[in-house]
Ligand binder design. Structure first.
Ligand code: ZN
Length: 124
């Protein structure tokens, strides 16, 4: 049988078979590290989506849908892999939203940008 070691300090563990840490301090340190890693990741994703939203907000007038080039969005630092939700129309077109601003791939390097004022009142 493999000698069991603490997940935090790697020292051998004695005691119950399901014990993963030598003591509470090691357990807390381990959990704090895990939380910091996932919090950093969440912050990074949130920052990316907020940046996307402000790019869309900058380009897209309210109540109106406009056409922009994909290269223009890329130039401004838009990340196409990050969004908050999607909306698929009956015609099977999928809009990707960053909060209340959405975009739709029109092909040929063009995107349609839309502002959804219903998003602001949706979950009431
Ligand atoms: Zn330990």
């Amino acid at each position: 049988m493999e000698p069991r070691v603490c997940l935090q300090c790697q020292k051998p563990i004695h005691g119950r078979a399901d014990k993963k840490f030598c003591d509470n301090q090691c357990r807390n340190e381990h959990n704090n590290t895990q939380n910091a890693v996932s919090n950093n990741y969440i912050r990074k994703v949130n920052r990316t989506i907020k940046k996307n939203r402000s790019i869309l907000e900058e380009l897209c007038p309210m109540e109106k849908s406009i056409k922009v080039k994909k290269t223009e969005l890329s130039r401004l630092g838009f990340s196409f892999s990050y969004f908050t939700n999607t909306y698929t129309t009956k015609a099977e077109k999928t809009y990707y939203f960053c909060y209340e601003y959405g975009y739709l791939d029109l092909g040929n390097d063009y995107f349609a940008l839309v502002y959804d004022n219903k998003a602001l009142t949706a979950d009431k």
